[in-house]
Design a protein around this ligand. Structure first.
Ligand SMILES: NC(=O)c1ccc[n+]([C@@H]2O[C@H](COP(=O)([O-])OP(=O)(O)OC[C@H]3O[C@@H](n4cnc5c(N)ncnc54)[C@H](O)[C@@H]3O)[C@@H](O)[C@H]2O)c1
Length: 343
C-alpha cells in the first residue's frame, strides 16, 4: 500500500512537493489544499492530483492522509501541522518552522501526543558530503569546534510570491526564509550545540534603493522584513557562530555555505576535503562520501516515507528544529531591542 499523502498550500513549493512525491515509489498524492480555489484546482489539474480542497478540515476528514506536507506561509505552519497530527497524519513542515518558540513546542507536543513522525523541508540535509562531514566531526576529526561561520542569500532577489516580504505571514525575511537552510545544516552537522544567547542587527535596504528590484507580488511599501541580517550566537559549550544573510547581494559576493573552525583545522559545507592544519601547513583530508541523490526534494520524501513505514528515522529531530527556531527568534528580538538576548 502506498502512503496516502496530501500537500497543504499549492504555491511554488507545494507544487514542487507534489512533483517530488510523485517520483517516490512508496507514496501517492491523493489531495492538495489551498484556500485560493483557483490555485488548488490548477495545481490538481496540472499535476494530476485526484482531489483539490479549499477547506483543510474537509480534506483531513474525507481523505484521512497518512502523510501531510505543510507548504503554506509560516503563519499557518503551526495550526496546519496541529490539525494534521490530530487527524493522524505524519508531517513534513516547510521552513521556517513557525512564528515563535511556543508554536514550535506545541508542534512537537502534538506529534508526541498523536504518536506521529515529524520532519522539515531542509534539502541541504540530503547532501552526502555534509553527512560525511557530520560523521567526521562527531568522530573528533576537527577536534573541539570553537566557531562556525554561516552565510546565505540571493543575488538581488526577494523570494517570489505574495507572502515572503510581509512579516505577519512569513515570520521574517532573509534570515528566517533563506539563511535558515544553512543555519539548520550547520546546527545538524555540529551535533546540535545548545544556543544560549544571540546578538543581531537587521536592515531593510530595498525601500531605500533608488531603483529597487521588485520580483515579488506586492509593493515596496508593504515590505516589513529584513533583506540583510547579521548575528552572533553563543553556545553552551563555549563555541560561537556568526551568521550573515542578504537577499540583495551583489553578484560578486560569496554565495551560500558554512565553515567550521576546529582546533585541528577547517571544514567547508559541501566540500569533500577538510583542511587539517599542522602549524602553517594544510594537510588535506578526503572525506568518504556516498553518491549524492539526483534530486534532494525527492530524496527527502523518500527518506520520510520510509520512516513512516518503519524503515529508518526522520531526518530532522525536534531538538535541532527547536535550536534553529530559538536562534531565529533571538535574532529578531535582539535586532528589535538593540542588545544581546538570552534564548
Ligand atoms: N525548502 C525550500 O527550498 C523552500 C523553497 C520555497 C519556499 N519554501 C517554504 O514553503 C512555504 C511556501 O512558500 P511558497 O514560496 O510556496 O509560497 P507561495 O506564496 O508560492 O505559496 C503559498 C501557498 O499557501 C497557500 N495557503 C495555504 N494555507 C493558507 C492559508 N491558511 N491562508 C492563506 N494562504 C494559504 C497560499 O494560498 C499559497 O498558494 C514557505 O514556508 C516557504 O518558506 C521552502
Amino acid at each position: 500500500m502506498k502512503v496516502r499523502s496530501a500537500v497543504l498550500g499549492a504555491g511554488l513549493m507545494g507544487r514542487e512537493h507534489v512533483k517530488a512525491l510523485k517520483k517516490v515509489a512508496g507514496a501517492e498524492v491523493v489531495a492538495v489544499f489551498d484556500p485560493a480555489p483557483e490555485v488548488a484546482a490548477k495545481a490538481a489539474k496540472e499535476l494530476g492530483v485526484p482531489q483539490a480542497y479549499t477547506d483543510l478540515d474537509e480534506l483531513l476528514r474525507r481523505e484521512e492522509p497518512e502523510y501531510a506536507v505543510v507548504a503554506s506561509p509560516a503563519l499557518y505552519h503551526a495550526p496546519q501541522s496541529l490539525a494534521a497530527f490530530a487527524a493522524g497524519a505524519h508531517v513534513l513542515c516547510e521552513k521556517p518552522l513557525c512564528m515563535n518558540r511556543a508554536e514550535a513546542e506545541a508542534i512537537f507536543a502534538a506529534a508526541k501526543k498523536a504518536g506521529r513522525l515529524f520532519t522539515m523541508g531542509f534539502q541541504t540535509r540530503q547532501s552526502r558530503v555534509d553527512r560525511a562531514l557530520k560523521r567526521f566531526i562527531a568522530g573528533g576529526g576537527l577536534g573541539q569546534v570553537y566557531h562556525t561561520r554561516v552565510w546565505s542569500g540571493h543575488v538581488m532577489t526577494y523570494p517570489w510570491g505574495r507572502f515572503h516580504h510581509r512579516r505577519e505571514y512569513s515570520f521574517g525575511g532573509v534570515m528566517a526564509a533563506t539563511v535558515v537552510h544553512i543555519l539548520d545544516a550547520a546546527i545538524w552537522v555540529l551535533g546540535c550545540p545548545e544556543p544560549v544567547a544571540v546578538s543581531a542587527s537587521c536592515f531593510l535596504r530595498l525601500d531605500k534603493m533608488p531603483d529597487p528590484p521588485i520580483n515579488f507580488i506586492g509593493a515596496v511599501g508593504e515590505v516589513t522584513v529584513e533583506d540583510f541580517g547579521h548575528a552572533h550566537v553563543r553556545f553552551s559549550d563555549g563555541s560561537s557562530m556568526s551568521i550573515d544573510g542578504n537577499w540583495l547581494m551583489h553578484p560578486s559576493n560569496r554565495g551560500v555555505g558554512f565553515e567550521v573552525f576546529g582546533v585541528l583545522g577547517v571544514a567547508k559545507e559541501g566540500s569533500p576535503v577538510v583542511e587539517l592544519e599542522r602549524k602553517s601547513e594544510i594537510v588535506p583530508h578526503q572525506l568518504e562520501v556516498e553518491p549524492e541523490p539526483e534530486d534532494r526534494t525527492v530524496a527527502e520524501h523518500a527518506e520520510f516515507v520510509a520512516a513512516i513505514r518503519g524503515e529508518g528515522e526522520p531526518q530532522v529531530r525536534f531538538a535541532e528544529a527547536l535550536a534553529v527556531q530559538r536562534i531565529l527568534v533571538g535574532i529578531y528580538e535582539s535586532a528589535a531591542q538593540g542588545r544581546e538576548v538570552r534564548v
